[in-house]
Ligand binder design. Structure first.
Ligand code: 3PG
Ligand code: CO
Length: 542
């Protein structure tokens, strides 16, 4: 289908580009000592929030395609919403539906995995929490129950400790729940289900955008070959590692459950492995490590030969590269994104961020599509992220991204651009309040510079965020503060900086205004009518 946009009847756009700045993880929550956004000195952001062309948008729950309004927003669904201009049922919801209806169990992939599990061992690997951003323990439990019911006797569960989408030290709670189900199933079916290995999600297995393959190497060797410190059970492992390292769940090292000195769950030829994460960014690299015949990112045979496995994902994480080839639930089919419409109209555009969020402004923005839509029109730039705990350098690469964006604006070549400043979110996830405040002050400084550049170019800057995080850095109960490392349910800011504004339009957000309304708004500001089925523009033109 050839896409096209009609010229806007009342607005021809400005001389300079329209640029969307996503301050990742910078939501709007009540001011107070736990809010790094309001605690920071941010004169520019304060000015934006006080202007007429400012509103707040829903960025969580059903407004972005999640199962319920108790689900916090996240970067995947946020950037999908920004780029697609419509609400699509997202992975979390699609998996719920497929498990509830039983459709998952009718698939060839499930049946073949079960067959391997009955003859050998079924391995279930994934993020072990109910954060519902990458995975949900209820999904794991549904698969465990069905596998037991269908005759799988040997099942190894490999758990990635979260503490990033849920409380920083909550691993023991989920371990207890999983062990209880294991006991129940083993008693009922005379089976041998057990937790076999694990480690913190920022330490092993769940790297993204090829920021640090070594993480994946450690995870692969831990789950596959039983390489890691050995313990008698997962709860002992976590307790001992809290004690020894002082670290929270997401950073705990790899561990292996062993009996009589032998790992209980090494993977063997003929075993099946299901990665029960539904979100793609942090599931792609480990999927490649498991399923590719030829793999050169690290040596899989370092300890013993890479076994021949039946590997499947909960979803297909990358539909263009077919990663993985086998999966249980169809991913959302996000079509006709704003990037496709703009390319069809010959609009030159750029997308830029640092490694940690690079795929967010490209892959997620383009509806989970890999690569360029039109290489002749688009420029994508990745500034390499450091591989450190980000509270150690709260600016991250915000200044570098800003400088490069200013150069792109000044080049005069582009009509549209988008950038993501990662630090509000990535530092927010560390739970370090002082570092998050510093991150916010750097964001403010960068926004000020970008406003100057937009003004000089005669363009428009749209300032927003994909979800909250830095806006609530801790919770307090009975005088005890608990760091909050996860995202929030907060709305996000939306400000239009249009130095040539002359009253041509008004900001008239509908009561349900959310992130999905930004695409049509942007298309209008570029001088086009938005596609009919996009969520309506936030603007009314005179
Ligand atoms: C992560 O993957 O870092 C968190 O689970 C979610 O963060 P993001 O949605 O901001 O990427
Ligand atoms: Co985040």
């Amino acid at each position: 289908m050839t896409l096209s946009l009609k010229k806007h009847a009342k607005f021809a756009g400005r001389k300079g580009p329209v640029v969307i700045l996503v301050a990742d993880g910078v939501g709007v929550a009540p001011a107070g000592p736990s809010n790094a956004v309001t605690e920071a000195h941010t004169p520019t952001l304060d000015k934006l929030a006080a202007q007429t062309l400012y509103t707040e948008l829903a960025a969580h729950g059903t407004a972005v395609g999640l199962p319920s309004d108790d689900d916090m927003g996240n970067s995947e669904v946020g950037h999908n919403a920004l780029g697609a201009g419509r609400i699509f049922a997202q992975g979390a919801k699609l998996v719920n539906q497929a498990l509830d209806s039983g459709k998952v169990y009718e698939t060839d992939v499930w049946q073949e995995a079960i067959e391997h599990g009955r003859n050998n061992t079924l391995h279930l690997l994934g993020l072990h929490s109910d954060g519902n951003i990458h995975a949900h323990t209820q999904h794991l439990y549904a698969l465990m129950r069905k596998a037991a019911e269908q005759g799988v006797k040997q099942c190894c569960i490999h758990i990635l400790l979260d503490g990033r989408d849920v409380a920083a030290r909550s691993a023991l709670v989920y371990i207890e729940q999983t062990e209880a189900l294991i006991n129940e199933l083993n008693a009922q079916y005379d089976s041998n289900f057990r937790i076999a290995s694990g480690g913190g999600r920022m330490e092993i297995t769940m790297d993204r955008y090829e920021a640090d393959w070594d993480m994946v190497r450690r995870g692969y060797h831990c789950h596959t070959h039983g390489i890691g410190q050995t313990f008698g059970c997962a709860a002992d492992a976590v307790e001992a590692m809290y004690e020894a390292t002082g670290k929270d769940d997401q950073y705990l090292p790899a561990f292996v459950i062993a009996k009589d000195g032998e790992p209980v769950g090494r993977m063997q030829d003929g075993d099946a492995v299901i990665l029960f994460n539904f979100r793609g960014d942090r599931a792609i690299e480990i999927s490649l490590a498991y399923e590719r015949d030829h793999f050169d990112k690290f040596d899989r045979d370092e300890h013993r030969p890479h076994p021949s496995l039946y590997y499947a994902g909960m979803l297909q994480y990358d539909g263009d590269e077919f990663i993985p080839a086998r999966y249980l639930v169809n991913p959302p089919n996000i079509d006709r994104t704003m990037g496709e419409y703009l390319c069809a109209e010959g609009v030159k555009l750029f997308a830029i961020s640092e490694t940690q969020k690079y795929g967010h402004v490209t892959f997620f923005w383009n509806g989970n599509r890999s690569g360029y839509i039109d290489k002749d029109l688009e420029t994508y730039i990745e500034i390499p992220s450091d591989n450190i705990e980000f509270n150690q350098a709260p600016a991250m690469k915000a200044r570098e991204i800003t400088e490069k964006t200013i150069a792109l604006i000044e080049s005069g070549e582009y009509q549209f651009g988008r950038l993501n400043l990662a630090n509000g979110d990535m530092v927010g996830h560390t739970g370090d309040l002082a570092a998050a405040i510093e991150a916010m002050e750097v964001v403010d400084e960068c926004v000020a510079k970008l406003i100057d550049a937009i003004e000089a170019a005669g363009g428009i800057l749209l300032y927003t965020a994909d979800h909250g995080n830095a806006d609530i850095m801790y919770t307090e109960k009975n005088g005890i503060r608990t760091p909050k490392t996860s995202h929030t349910l907060s709305p996000v800011p939306f400000a239009i900086v249009d130095p040539n504004y002359n009253g041509e339009y008004q900001l008239t957000p509908p009561p349900d205004a959310g992130l999905t309304h930004i695409a049509a708004t942007t298309i209008n500001l570029l001088g086009f009518e938005a596609p009919d089925d996009y969520q309506p523009s936030l603007l009314t033109f005179k």
